[in-house]
Design a binder for this molecule. Structure first.
Ligand code: AMP
Length: 297
């Protein structure tokens, strides 16, 4: 009988412990997958974990709210932290190890080196609205890839730009890590799952449905043959305008280069960032690939 379900994940508290655990796995001939998260786990995170468990012999999930990727005035302090229920969920899935470091364990001193995401990639879209964000992401992901020595690392396409940054970082730093990007998981009402959805009041949550609603409208247009990026963006904008969301950006980009396109095609995605009340939400839809969000009428 399998004991996998009841096995507790090993708890690792600092990068050295993570590295030693990974070395033991490798010494036993096993491959290692890592799923980096900031916790407050939901089914979107769990889809990454399940994919990692299917593809790797040993899986570590990291839970770390990384101060380096939050700007001044952002939600670092109030970001939801639910380690007990996170551990319960991961135990249920049969995850082998959980890396739960403190800030002091990850950053015992002001980092004496910095990583900078070069060019447009770090400064457009999310980077334009959250200056320095991707430099902070790059630093923590580089540290996680180095200490975990994983063969594969799993990220979600909800954070589409982050997935591109991380894929390019893993390659540029010769980590040998294969970055696996997984599809967006949505709630039954179509809203992309996010730890930040917990901030939404009931009325805001209803308004937030304008994001997947707009993406569904755009996907329908695309499926009906519309290829003008401006028309697809217009459909999403109209939906967001109906709920008076504050739009940071809506754009159609090439999914690999993240460069905006005028004519949409397969391999393009629509990226959205908008504020509903105080809550900033992002979403992404791959045209011709992802199922459009199903938003109950
Ligand atoms: P976070 O905890 O928000 O930093 O997310 C950790 C990882 O989970 C990132 O790679 C995210 O892109 C991914 N993720 C978050 N929400 C979803 C979702 N709804 N569907 C798929 N992946 C997600």
């Amino acid at each position: 009988m399998s004991t996998r379900i009841t096995e507790r994940p090993i708890r690792l508290d600092d990068p050295d412990a993570l590295r030693r655990w990974s070395l033991r796995c490798h010494a036993a001939g096993m491959t290692v997958g890592i799923v980096p998260t900031m916790g407050a786990l939901h089914a979107g995170h769990l889809s990454l974990v399940e994919r990692a468990l299917a593809e790797c012999d040993r899986v570590v999930v990291s839970i770390f709210v990384n101060p380096a990727q939050f700007g001044p005035g952002e939600d670092f302090e109030r970001y939801p932290r639910t380690p007990d229920s996170d551990l319960e969920l991961l135990r249920g899935l049969g995850v082998h190890a959980v890396f739960l470091p403190t800030v002091a364990a990850m950053y015992p001193e002001t980092p004496p080196v910095r990583l900078q995401v070069a060019g447009d990639l770090g400064t457009t879209l999310e980077g334009a609205h959250r200056p320095g964000h991707f430099d902070g992401v790059a630093l923590v992901v580089a540290k996680l890839l180095i200490s975990s020595r994983a063969e594969r690392a799993y990220f979600g396409n909800k954070d589409a730009q982050q997935s591109v940054v991380v894929t390019r970082l893993a390659r540029a730093l010769d980590t040998g890590v294969q970055v696996v990007v997984c599809p967006v998981v949505r709630d039954r009402d179509g809203l992309a799952l996010s730890s930040r959805n917990a901030y939404l009041e009931a009325d805001e949550r209803r308004r937030a449905l304008a994001i997947p609603g707009g993406l569904a409208d755009a996907a329908r247009l695309f499926d009906a043959g519309e290829r003008s990026a401006a028309a697809l963006v217009g459909a999403v904008r109209a939906s967001l305008d109906r709920v008076a969301a504050e739009i940071d950006y809506i754009t159609v980009v090439d999914a690999v280069s993240l460069q905006p396109v005028e004519k949409a095609g397969a391999g393009c995605e629509i990226l959205v960032a908008a504020r509903i009340g105080r809550t900033r939400l992002i979403d992404a839809l791959r045209l011709g690939l992802d199922d459009a969000p199903v938003v109950p009428g």
